[in-house]
Structures are given as C-alpha cells and as structure tokens.
Design a protein around this ligand. Structure first.
Ligand code: MTE
Ligand code: MO
Length: 263
C-alpha cells in the first residue's frame, strides 16, 4: 500500500516530457564536452613549442604526449630487439647513393686532416683520428637498409660499435643523457638520436663498406650505421658528436619528418 501511494505522488512522465528531458540532458552534455574541447584546444594552441624548429612545431604538451606514446611503442617493440641480418653474399655489390647534403664536394673538406670532434661540454672536446677508431674492436653487419623514400637494399658495413667506442673513450656517463647529436663537419646535415638507439648493439661508427674503406659519397671517412632507424638518421661524414637531455636539431625533423624515424 505504502509503495503504491508513493509512486502516485510523482506522475509518470509523458512520452513528450521524456523526449524533452533527454534532449535537455544531451544538449547539456554536448555543450559541456564541446566547451572543454574548445578550452583544451585553445590551451594547446597557446602552449609554447618544445624546442622551436626541431619537432616540426609541435606544442610542448602535445610533444610530451607524443614522446610518452613513442616511448611506450619503443619499449613494446624493441626491447633488445635485433634487426634481421643476412649472409654477406646477399649484400648489394653496387650500393645506392642517396643524398649528399653537407658532403657535396666543395673543396673545403680535407679527408687527411679529418678528426672526429666529441663535445664533452661547452669548453672541452676530444679530437679522434680515424686510425684510433680503426684500432678499436671491429664489428660487421649485413642488413636491409631502408630509406623513407621507399627503397631498401641489403648492405654490408663494418666499423666499431658505437657503445664500444663510447666506453673506450670513457664517455659512458655522457652517453646516459637522453640524446646524441651528430653533424657533418660543415654543419649542413645533422641528426638527433635517442639513447636507446645510440646504445643499441647494432649501431656502428662505420669506416668500411663491402670490406673496403667507405667512398666519399657514402660518407668517408666515418659515417653512422644505425639499423633500427630509417636512412635519414644514418649520417654520412660525421664531424661532431655531442650529448644533451633535450632534442638536438635534426635536419629532416625540421622538414616535418618523424623525429624518431625508427623501424
Ligand atoms: N651527410 C649526409 N648524410 C646522409 C644523407 C645526406 O644527405 N647527407 N642522407 C641520408 C639518407 S636520406 C639516406 S637514405 C642515407 C643514404 O646513404 P647512402 O647514400 O650511403 O645510400 O644517408 C643518409 N645520410
Ligand atoms: Mo633516405
């Protein structure tokens, strides 16, 4: 009895009232969500760029989110993941030459005088000659080199593992910074690489291709071979090496390519 009485107090809503009520609720939700979306968009729009010019103009909060996602996928896919390797016979005899930014023959580059400059801090740097690099333990790799332009080729490279090089020159602590920057001697081509890829066991400072010294157009006397990345990160003719916690400038990232450019 009590129950029935209570129910009668509140007359049941008519169909029309129900519809009105639902419309009211959904419009409310719509405006609330829409409002916060616009507020969020404005917040993002007015947020500063992380490092202007380096990340294709991404806003700092967006960059943080992108970096988090990237980190997730990186750990997910490439924890100790090794790139597939091939027998030497599979390596191309005629190796493709792609682009020559920063290494065009301008007569200014004297290979005999070349030294790798490793920047320790704003005042100090190491200058290391090619013979010293060749004296370090040598590793070889035959892998499928991939260019973002759509071609790939099985290639054979040799040099010193970047991680071996870093420990030999007591640069381990510096290499714990988030990024390494590499540039051509004239600074016209430059890349930024995150720590995991720098220390990856297949990443090498290469001075040989198909068992011979690297030719000029392939990056003599020393180039980077980093199989976990697309070709764009495999800098030819390394001039300087530096370390930082923020992203170093990167030639193709400035043109809007993915900074990470991993495979
Ligand atoms: N200094 C320098 N390094 C560079 C480039 C460049 O233009 N300049 N191009 C990159 C790109 S896009 C690719 S695919 C590879 C090509 O290397 P390869 O010419 O030895 O095939 O080098 C990379 N390293
Ligand atoms: Mo490339």
């Amino acid at each position: 009895m009590e129950q029935q009485k209570k129910r009668k107090v509140k007359a049941p809503l008519s169909i029309e009232q129900k519809i009105k009520r639902r419309n009211f609720i959904s419009f409310g939700v719509f405006f609330a969500l829409g409002g916060s979306a616009i507020a969020g968009w404005k917040w993002l729009l007015h947020a500063p760029e992380e490092t202007p010019g380096i990340t294709g103009g991404a806003k700092a909060p967006l960059r943080r989110a992108l970096n988090k996602t990237e980190l997730f996928f990186r750990n997910f896919f490439s924890n100790n993941h090794l790139v597939k390797t091939y027998p030497k016979e599979r390596a191309a005899k005629t190796v493709r030459v792609n682009s020559l930014i920063g290494i065009e023959d301008d007569g200014d580059f004297d290979i005999g005088k070349w030294k790798l400059e490793v920047k320790i801090n704003s005042r100090e740097s190491l200058k290391i000659g090619i013979e010293d690099i060749k004296a370090l333990p040598k590793t070889e790799i035959v892998f499928d080199f991939k260019c973002v332009e759509g071609w790939d080729q099985i290639q054979h490279w040799a040099g010193v593992k970047l991680s071996d090089f870093l420990s030999h020159y007591k640069l381990d602590a510096l290499a714990q910074k988030n990024y390494m920057g590499l540039e051509t001697p004239n600074g016209e081509y430059y890349v930024g690489l995150e720590r995991d890829s720098v220390l990856h066991p297949q990443t090498i400072l290469a001075y040989q291709m198909n068992g011979k010294p690297i030719s000029k157009e392939h990056g003599a006397p020393l180039r980077l071979i980093i199989p976990v990345k697309y070709g764009i990160k495999n800098l030819k003719r390394i001039g300087t090496m530096s370390f930082s916690d923020t992203r170093p400038r990167d030639y193709w990232a400035e043109q809007g390519y993915d900074y990470y450019s991993g495979l």
